[in-house]
Structure formats: structure tokens, C-alpha cells
Design a protein around this ligand. Structure first.
Ligand code: 5AD
Ligand code: SF4
Length: 375
């Protein structure tokens, strides 16, 4: 019996090694990698670390995350700050507060900040962001890159914000399976799968370094769906990715399906595998180690770095707002990412074999290549 077990294991291991030696991966390969057992997963992580080191080097970049506002016009079924959740105290960070956080990031030589917010398309919002970007540009003399994560907008708005100084934009597809997309979003004009995909194409055309991402461990989601998500990112030739485990929130409609979920530590492991496999598949993109990983495991983001991620987004939103940006249960509400905490992170990044890319923008190498090919 024992011998039989060993044979099976070796067979599996050979299979994983065989796949990892390929230069192209089809859906079956990706499914096998995502289904790998714990010891084979170590092989995948090792390969991802090698690819990272070879193609983008061993720098991890800090991006200061500013959660600008939890006011949102949308009603995604999974999200704690959805419009219909009345248990949320809504807030908007002032321009002066944003500029102070940008200064914090500048003083620490971080290459960029990410401005994230609930989704609004009204002109007051669009103009406010344009204005804010102009202020950030004059404060930082373009020494800091600005990434926006402000949802789907018109091409005109994307252009306006690009001209005002933003260079990168993130719109998560959440899932590339249309049927699943409509299980986790209402089916209406505001939540439209085709428009979400179009946003990614519009952003690329406008000239942004473009990022997307998915949630991992959603109810009804299969390993095949996740393999398709990876292929989707490859097909859309994205420059950046941020993906994290789905974490249920009791004030949302999707909470009703909590019994269908895999245990959180499984979702955690699967997220690390997705990061590693994406690194192997897309080699030179930027991959963020998402905050939601840290919600499950205090060292979660550092684990992500070990498995192929190269971006960490410390939350620099003024502390008084933290408790109101509750996308999911257990979101880390650290008493701010203090200097002491950042020093800890640096140590853990060093343990993972990386150094922090201080003073560099850390643009995705994938984007530079993509631009050259477009010319
Ligand atoms: N669990 C994990 N991630 C979530 N997000 C929103 N709600 C949740 C949740 N319950 C993620 C989505 C969104 C990003 C801002 O936060 O992917 O795009
Ligand atoms: Fe709004 Fe984004 Fe939450 Fe959807 S996921 S409800 S768009 S903040």
C-alpha cells in the first residue's frame, strides 16, 4: 500500500515538473497546477520565484494605498460598502489629507500611491479627481507614480485623469466567467460584464498601465474558472494584477452562500497558487500581494512576495477612516502602517529574498515591452 502511494505521488510530481518545464500552458495544465498538492505546490512556488528573479529582479515596491471614499453607486453582492448597505458610515478623505499621505509616501521614498474609492461617475467626482491629481503632481514634481482604482469611467474621463498625472489604472474583472459574474453582481446597466471588459481595453488604448484581478474562493467558483481567469489576463495582455481571497461580509447578499465556501486557509493557499501560476504564465507583469491575504494571515502579504508577487500596498489612509472601508470581514485595521510596522515588513521582504525598490517608480516591465511592440 505504502509503495503504491509513493508511486502515485512521484507520478504527480513528475507531471507538475513536466508542466513547469513547458513554455506554453493550456487550460488543463493550469488546472493541474492549481490542483497541486502541498509538496508539489512548493515546486510551483520555487519556479515562480525563479521566474520573478530572472524576468523582473528581486525588488518589491511599496505603493501607499489611499482609500479615498466609501461612497459607492454600485451594489456588488460581495462588498461591504455597497450602496444599499445602510450600516456603513460614509466618508470622503479631504484633499489636504490626501496630500499629507502623499507626502508621507514621498518622504519614505516610495515610488507610488494608489487612490482607491467606491465608484462614482458624476462630474463633481470626475473634476475633483482631476484637481487632486494636479495638486499631487505639483507636490511631488512627478517623483511619485499615481495609480487609480476608481472603477469604470468614460474614455473622456480616463483621458482627463491621464492628462492630470495618473499613469496606472486598476479595474478588477472579479471573475472572467460571465455566468458567475452575474451571480455576484446584479444584472443591470451599472453592473455589466461586457462593459467591464471594455473598460480594460479602453484603459489600454488611452495609454494607462492597466491592471485587473479576481477574487479567489467565491461561492460557485471552480478551479476551471480560476484557470480561465489566468488565461483571461494573458489574453487581455494586462500589465498589473491584484487578486485576493474572497472574504464573506455579513451585510451583503452573498453571505447567504457562506456554507458553500472552502475554509479560509484553503482560500489563502489557492490565492498564493494563483499568484505563483500567474507569475510563471505572464513573467514580467507587476503582481500585488493583496491586503485581503493579510486579513487571513498576518504574514499573508509577505507570503505573496515569496510566491511571485512584487508589490505591497501599505494602507496610508488616515486612521480615523479605516473602520469605514470595510469591504469584507476582518479587514486589517492596523493602527496605521507605522514606521515600526514598515521596518517589520522590510525584514520579512528580505527574508523572502527581495529588497524594497525605494526611490523607483517600479513600472511594470511588461508595459514597457508592450509599448515598444505597439510602436
Ligand atoms: N472579499 C474580498 N475582496 C473583496 N472586494 C470587495 N469585496 C470583497 C470581499 N468581500 C475587492 C473587490 C474589489 C476590490 C476593491 O475589493 O475585488 O474590486
Ligand atoms: Fe462599490 Fe467596488 Fe464595492 Fe462594488 S466592489 S460595491 S464598485 S466599492
Amino acid at each position: 500500500m505504502f509503495k503504491f502511494g509513493v508511486v502515485i505521488n512521484l507520478d504527480m510530481q513528475n507531471k507538475i515538473e513536466e508542466i513547469l518545464n513547458k513554455s506554453n500552458f493550456d487550460k488543463t495544465d493550469l488546472v493541474s497546477l492549481l490542483n497541486a498538492n502541498d509538496s508539489d505546490t512548493e515546486l510551483i512556488f520555487k519556479k515562480a520565484a525563479q521566474v520573478k528573479s530572472e524576468f523582473i529582479g528581486n525588488s518589491t515596491y511599496f505603493r501607499g494605498l489611499i482609500e479615498l471614499s466609501n461612497v459607492c453607486t454600485k451594489n456588488c453582492f460581495y462588498c461591504g460598502i455597497r450602496k444599499s448597505n445602510t450600516n456603513v458610515k460614509r466618508y470622503t478623505v479631504t484633499d489636504d489629507e490626501v496630500l499629507q499621505t502623499v507626502k508621507y509616501a514621498l518622504d519614505r521614498d516610495w515610488g507610488s500611491v494608489v487612490i482607491q474609492s467606491g465608484e462614482r461617475q458624476d462630474s463633481a467626482f470626475v473634476n475633483r479627481i482631476e484637481n487632486l491629481l494636479t495638486k499631487i503632481r505639483s507636490l511631488s514634481s512627478q517623483k511619485i507614480g499615481v495609480t487609480l482604482s476608481l472603477g469604470e469611467q468614460s474614455v473622456e474621463t480616463y483621458e482627463k485623469w491621464l492628462n492630470a498625472g495618473a499613469t496606472r489604472y486598476l479595474v478588477r474583472i472579479e471573475t472572467s466567467n460571465e455566468e458567475l459574474f452575474y451571480k455576484i453582481h446584479p444584472k443591470d446597466n451599472l453592473h455589466n460584464f461586457e462593459l467591464r471588459k471594455k473598460a480594460l481595453l479602453d484603459l489600454k488604448k488611452t495609454g494607462y498601465m492597466t491592471g485587473t484581478g479576481v477574487m479567489i474562493g467565491l461561492p460557485f467558483q471552480t478551479i476551471e474558472d480560476l484557470a480561465d481567469d489566468l488565461l483571461f489576463m494573458k489574453e487581455y495582455d494586462i500589465d498589473m494584477c491584484g487578486m485576493g481571497p474572497y472574504i464573506e461580509h455579513e451585510d451583503t447578499p452573498l453571505f447567504e452562500y457562506k456554507d458553500l465556501l472552502m475554509p479560509v486557509d484553503e482560500r489563502f493557499k489557492l490565492t498564493l497558487k494563483m499568484i505563483a501560476v500567474l507569475r510563471i504564465l505572464m513573467k514580467d507583469v507587476n503582481i500585488a500581494s493583496a491586503t485581503a491575504l493579510q486579513a487571513i494571515n498576518p504574514d499573508g502579504r509577505e507570503e505573496g512576495i515569496r510566491c511571485g508577487a512584487n508589490v505591497i500596498m501599505p494602507n496610508i489612509t488616515p486612521v480615523k477612516y479605516h473602520e469605514s472601508y470595510n469591504l469584507y470581514k476582518g479587514k486589517p485595521q492596523i493602527v496605521a502602517e507605522t514606521d515600526e510596522y514598515i521596518r517589520q515588513l522590510e525584514l520579512q521582504i528580505a527574508e523572502a529574498g527581495d529588497t524594497v525598490g525605494y526611490g523607483k517608480l517600479g513600472d511594470p516591465i511588461h508595459f514597457e515591452k508592450r509599448k515598444k511592440e505597439d510602436r
